[in-house]
Design a protein around this ligand. Structure first.
Ligand code: ZN
Length: 410
């Protein structure tokens, strides 16, 4: 699938040393280094409706920082992102809005591309729609059936979790919580005939007017988690210790989506799926969760049309720690505008405070689980020292570092 245009990222100054990037793994609750010269990343993409709201933007900007840091440090990054262009929530939304599901998906994917381009997000190495990956998904479902790990109920195919080592015994939640969240996020724990209530759906048999594809095991369409397992395994180079370096997305994907994606991959390959699973916090508004039903979604395209600059949006979303749940507010835009004005004023001076030590400290903070609050503190302090008359630095170096590491293009 067409991604969005690549963009120039200034190289890091040669004096800068890049420590290994550590990210908090949500399952193990500890920081994991992204080691090796080649880093493979899978970022779960959008289901194309309600694009691009602030929660989406916070996620893709966060993993853009990861992409930028690794690239700046000289590593080869292969980043795959999907578009869930066939899925229950998309069909439900299209039917509710009396719109053709495929038209809805196409228009939202186009809007997402425009938003990512305007926000200077580096494009993925491969951008894959589920529909274009259907054959690959069918292959994997066939493998599950052949190995006896997949079983059928009225044409629907499920994975038998009991046959995957640790899948049930190592759940990241208590069994009751797991069942509740599984149900809330599209699962069907009470389906009669399931061997275990949490067994994930691999293939949904054709129903009514829903779109379907032919497969050797019957017409239908893929289950949610197998889409990402398949796109990740088929489009990322496979390493030996774990299949990929990093699986990433919003914290609402942690369970069951990322858990099941990992279990399915392990069932197919025999090794753990990702070395690290990192998740971004949820973005709310005025003390509430943002959602279409509450009518309080804030969209990137709306802010852009109101004239809010992409640099301001990036600052506003990146100033706080990526992993915490947080609130969006107009105040964040004002604060970001003030910060930008401060940076521009310092950069316009003939002499500026020394830059390289600040950039090195920024890099160290980013390497420590993307400590962006610290990064913005360092930049503010550099502005103050510059305004206070400190000299000996290069404005160009700071300006380029803002682009390289933070994607802030002045
Ligand atoms: Zn996914």
């Amino acid at each position: 699938m067409l991604s969005w245009p690549d963009r120039y990222m200034p190289p890091a100054p040669k004096e800068i040393i890049h420590p290994e990037l550590n990210l908090l793994d949500s399952f193990q609750r500890r920081k994991i280094p992204l080691s090796g010269d080649e880093i493979s990343i899978y970022v779960c993409g959008i289901t194309p409706y309600d694009a691009t709201h602030m929660g989406h933007a916070a996620t893709y900007l966060t993993f853009d920082l990861v992409h930028r840091y690794l690239k700046a440090s000289g590593k080869r990054v292969i980043l795959v992102q999907n578009v869930t262009d066939i899925d229950d929530p998309l069909l439900e939304r299209a039917s509710k809005d009396r719109q053709d599901w495929s038209d809805l998906a196409q228009s939202q994917i186009e809007l997402f591309r425009e938003d990512m381009t305007s926000l200077s997000v580096l494009p993925p190495t491969a951008y894959r729609g589920v529909i274009e990956a259907i054959d690959e998904i069918i292959d994997l479902v066939s493998d599950f059936i052949k190995s006896g790990k997949g079983y059928q109920i009225d044409g629907d195919i499920y994975l038998d979790l009991a046959q995957v080592d640790g899948a049930i015994s190592n759940l990241p939640l208590s069994p009751d919580q797991a069942l509740q969240i599984f149900q809330e996020r599209g699962g069907d724990p009470s389906r009669v005939g399931k061997r275990h209530p949490l067994d994930p759906l691999l293939w949904k048999a054709r129903r009514g007017d829903d779109p379907f594809w032919p497969a050797p095991f019957g017409e239908g369409r893929p289950g949610w988690h197998i889409e990402c397992t398949s796109i990740a395994l088929k489009n990322l180079p496979r390493a030996t210790v774990t299949s990929i370096s990093l699986q990433a997305g919003g914290s609402d994907l942690m369970f069951p989506h990322h858990y099941m994606t990992g279990i399915q991959a392990k069932a197919l390959t025999g090794i753990e799926f990702a070395s690290c699973y990192a998740h971004t916090g949820m973005i709310g508004l005025n003390g509430e969760k943002m959602s279409k039903s509450k009518g309080n979604l804030v969209f990137i395209s709306k802010l852009r049309h109101e004239g809010v600059s992409p640099a301001v949006i990036r600052i506003a979303l990146l100033k706080q720690k990526y992993s915490i749940d947080r609130m969006w507010s107009e105040e964040l835009i004002h604060e970001a505008e003030e910060f930008l004005a401060k940076i521009l004023s310092a950069l316009s001076r003939q002499e500026v405070a020394p830059a390289l030590q600040v950039i090195q400290a920024m890099v160290k903070a980013l390497a420590d689980d993307l400590d962006t609050p610290k990064v913005f503190e360092l930049l503010s302090s550099w502005c103050e020292r510059t305004e206070g008359g400190e000299v000996g630095g290069s404005a160009g170096e700071i300006s380029r570092a803002l682009d390289t590491y933070l994607g802030i293009v002045l």
